[in-house]
Design a protein around this ligand. Structure first.
Ligand SMILES: C[S@@+](CC[C@H](N)C(=O)[O-])C[C@H]1O[C@@H](n2cnc3c(N)ncnc32)[C@H](O)[C@@H]1O
Length: 344
């Protein structure tokens, strides 16, 4: 949610291989640790009923993206997600678009999505598609059909216009729909892609179960999302100062309760998904928010923000809290991948 940023919000796989060797990620253990899930900021778990969605959440999300997507696109382009950098890398502004593309490639490599013409995905759904940056990228990369869904009518219209301008209208189509009630048949997609939309979902279990429902047997599910840290065995909730920091971020970016990476793993296990893997990429996104803040403080950034609207400005004001959350080890930029059982 890069924009997430402004407001909420291909690099080669050698880097993935290198980072795998460095042990950046791990397979989920076969049994989830047993502990009670915290009431605050961990709503959507297999074991616990989700807190009700805040009133007007969907309208708020749609309004935020309707209002801010144009500003984001004019400064940052069509990808509304974090960039992926080598840990400790000092990044210049010129690197950021490349880093956003690299984020897509790293997620695909992490999930072992095949490039082989026989096995590569032919049908893709981009859940929480923004203006379709990933949809178009993936459709082009794999020569696939890609459907995208977003809550924002402005994003769907803009994404379809960009697809038409790039000659991709017959491959890419975006529409307004809710990720928790997707307008698709069961088992339709070889690749189910959710790049920085999970944090907006008020019911994480329903979210993952919808991703699983629309995946084809053997299909790959990729979720890249904001989580809070895993709790220690001795903890039943986050600390009060952590809860209060997340609350301020939630208010500005129209986010419901957060959950932890372990919560996602528990949900995926409870849905009998296979090959569950997760990794913490927080260090790899560290240069991103400082760069977003820097771009917001340019003349173009300031004038764009001032003409955009209150939701966008409020989102921009909260950006330093994201940096704080990462530095405290509270916010974890997480990738979770798995497969639906069945023939590949
Ligand atoms: C930060 S943007 C990410 C956009 C895109 N994935 C990208 O990487 O460029 C979050 C997106 O999630 C979408 N979203 C949030 N909640 C949703 C829901 N319940 N159903 C469908 N889309 C949702 C928003 O409309 C927005 O397009």
């Amino acid at each position: 949610m890069a924009h997430a940023a402004l407001l909420h919000s291909a690099l080669p796989s050698t880097s993935s291989a290198a980072s795998r060797r460095r042990g950046r990620h791990h397979r989920a253990p076969s049994r989830a640790p047993r502990r009670r899930l915290p009431r605050l900021m961990a709503s959507s778990t297999a074991q616990q009923a989700p807190a009700p969605a805040p009133q007007g959440l969907k309208e708020g999300i749609a309004g935020l993206y309707d209002e801010s997507s144009g500003v984001w696109e004019s400064i940052w382009g069509d990808h509304m997600h974090h960039g992926f950098y080598d840990s400790g890398e000092a990044a210049s502004m010129a690197d950021h678009r490349r880093a956003q593309i690299r984020m897509i490639e790293e997620a695909l490599a992490f999930a072992d999505v095949p490039d082989d013409p026989e096995k590569k995905p032919k049908t893709i759904v981009d859940v929480g598609c923004g203006i379709g940056g990933s949809s178009r990228y993936l459709a082009k990369k794999y020569g696939a059909q890609c459907k995208g869904i977003t809550l924002s009518p402005v994003q769907a219209e803009r994404g379809n216009a960009l697809a038409a301008a790039q000659g991709l209208s017959d491959q890419v189509s975006l529409q307004v729909a809710d990720a928790l009630e997707q307008p698709f048949h069961d088992g339709q997609f070889d690749l189910v892609w959710s790049m920085e939309s999970g944090e907006h979902m008020p019911d994480k279990r329903k979210f993952v179960s919808e991703l699983a429902r629309v995946a084809a047997p053997g299909g790959t599910i990729i979720i890249v999302t904001w989580c809070h840290r895993n709790l220690e065995p001795s903890e039943t909730s986050l600390k009060p100062d952590e809860v209060s920091l997340l609350k301020r971020i939630c208010d500005a970016y129209y986010l419901p309760d957060w959950c932890s990476p372990s919560d996602y793993v528990s949900i995926a296990k409870s849905l009998s998904l296979e090959g569950i893997k997760t990794a913490d990429w927080s260090e790899n996104v560290a240069p991103f928010w400082p760069a977003v803040i820097k771009s917001a403080l340019t003349w173009k950034g300031i004038t764009s923000l001032l003409t955009s609207g209150w939701k966008t400005i409020r989102g921009a004001m909260v950006m330093p809290l994201m940096i704080q959350g990462y530095k405290k080890g509270l916010i974890k930029f997480t990738v979770i991948t798995c497969r639906k059982p069945g023939a590949a």
